[in-house]
Ligand binder design. Structure first.
Ligand SMILES: Nc1nc2c(ncn2[C@@H]2O[C@H](COP(=O)(O)OP(=O)(O)OP(=O)(O)O)[C@@H](O)[C@H]2O)c(=O)[nH]1
Ligand SMILES: [Mg+2]
Length: 443
């Protein structure tokens, strides 16, 4: 059936909740994918024009698919800001209700993170599953997390979300379950839940701190080895892991889905000559990345902050490219990644029909590549070598004989112009990479 919203919908009869379940808020924050894909109406509030809103909803639909659900239709409302009480206005809720009836969808998914109040009011008004963009992204992260650190981080973000949203639920549950001035059974059950959640959050935070310390030590170890590091960043599904694999043969998971990578992989890339560089693959960015996730994944995402260079991978075949590049810049800013040399790679050029001129004015260099076919990868290595070379300093020094290790490193990573062994030490004139230069005065 084609709806009045101009969107193909499939009727799914008999999926609404049973009578006995009514009047109970649906506290189920997961998409059920076991028996059949659950279907949802996608709901967005946007102040922009209709075409922009549809781009946002295309992305939300992709998230729904990745989480194992199905989109049953789209409902949009043009507002300067979401309604504080119920995300959409009162009239729109009626429209959603009849659309739910018509399509038999299991619930709605809103394109923003709902406040506890908005969530509660929508639950009460619609009596169906109410999810939001944050729950969806958390769901996907939970399904894709592979390392123990990743799992800890996702669970932490999920519990934090639950803790704040249970607060809102508690009030509505107490109104439902108990009399005036007394606590309803629902409320006390939720109190217990909240206590358990709080203690689990405490435990997970401690585990996460341990993992972060370990990561810090590894980083420190690398710094001592004076290996320069480049972090590969970009919007999710842009081709970051494919690039890492193409440059290093890493064998990292690269798949046509959102957030395939949640764990960072670091490999050595041989740039030719004696030059090498560590490349780190990172978690993809997306617009409206939940703050809870940024906090939980801060140490993973901060890979970019400690890197010497940023390689930004852009899917050049995507019509939403400019907007996505803007999101990546904003997220890097939020993570405190500043003043680094940036190499922007316009990827997937094999998929582009036209020879468009692509240039990132915010980057130190831009290149067109295809990580899949290997097009332009030689130029990528050359650009990275140039970065390394530009970051070398001409040094004239006398090194004490106890600094033979540093001298060896200069031989390995720099370029010695003059070297003589005198009574007071080794006199050198050499081009030294910045990473080694910073350690010349170490004991
Ligand atoms: N046509 C084409 N497809 C590419 C290219 N590079 C990557 N892809 C495809 O794009 C999809 C996503 O690639 P990934 O390397 O997993 O992307 P990612 O940026 O690591 O994604 P996340 O880890 O999910 O954020 C995969 O299906 C790749 O095969 C390219 O140059 N050309
Ligand atoms: Mg990846």
């Amino acid at each position: 059936m084609r709806s009045k919203f101009g969107y193909q919908t499939v009727g799914l009869a008999g999926n609404r909740r049973r009578e006995s379940q009514l009047n109970q808020p649906v506290l189920d924050h997961k998409i059920n994918t076991e028996e059949r894909a659950e279907s949802f109406l996608l709901v967005a509030v946007c102040s922009e024009d209709e075409s922009k809103t549809q781009v946002l909803l295309d992305e939300l639909e992709e998230l729904v698919h990745t989480a194992g659900g199905r989109a049953a239709g789209r409902i949009t409302q043009r507002l300067d800001a979401p309604n504080a009480a119920s995300y959409v206005g009162r009239g729109k809720i009626e429209e959603i209700r009849s659309y739910l009836e018509m399509t038999g969808a299991d619930g709605i998914i809103c394109d923003d993170e709902l406040t506890p109040v908005q969530m509660r009011n929508l639950l009460m008004a619609l009596d169906c599953k109410v999810l939001d963009r944050t729950i969806l992204i958390l769901d996907i992260f939970a399904a894709h997390a592979a390392s123990s650190e990743g799992k800890i981080q996702v669970e932490l973000a999920q519990l934090r979300y639950r803790a704040t949203h249970l607060t809102g639920m508690g009030q509505s549950m107490s109104r439902l379950g108990g009399g005036i001035g007394t606590r309803g059974p629902g409320e006390s059950r939720l109190e217990m839940n909240r206590r358990r959640i709080r203690s689990r959050i405490g435990r997970l935070k401690a585990l996460s701190r341990e993992a972060a310390t370990h990561r810090q030590l590894t980083r420190e170890h690398r710094r001592r080895q004076q290996m320069p590091v480049a972090a590969i960043v970009g919007y999710t599904n842009a081709g970051k892991s494919t690039l890492l694999n193409a440059l290093t043969g890493a064998g990292a998971l690269a798949q046509d889905m959102l957030f395939a990578t949640l764990d960072t992989t670091t490999r050595i890339a041989d740039l030719g000559g004696s030059e090498t560089l560590l490349l780190t693959d990172t978690v993809g960015f997306i617009r409206k990345l939940p703050h809870g996730l940024i906090d939980a994944f801060r140490s993973t995402l901060e890979g970019a902050r400690y890197a010497d260079y940023i390689i930004q991978v852009v899917d050049a075949s995507d019509s939403d490219m400019e907007e996505r590049m803007h999101v990546v810049r904003q997220t890097l800013d939020e993570l405190g990644v500043r003043n680094k040399k940036i190499l922007t790679l316009f990827n997937k050029c094999d998929q582009m029909e036209e020879d468009l001129i692509l240039h990132d004015f915010g980057a130190d260099k831009s290149l067109r590549i295809s990580a899949r076919t290997g097009m332009g990868l030689k130029e990528v290595k050359r650009a990275l070598s140039d970065f390394l070379r530009e970051d070398r300093v001409l040094v004239e020094r006398v090194l004490g004989y106890q600094k033979m290790q540093i001298l060896a490193r200069i031989h390995e990573r720099g370029e010695i112009l003059e070297e003589s062994y005198e009574a007071d030490g080794i006199h050198i004139r050499a081009y030294v990479p910045l990473s080694v230069y910073g350690t010349l005065d170490d004991d």
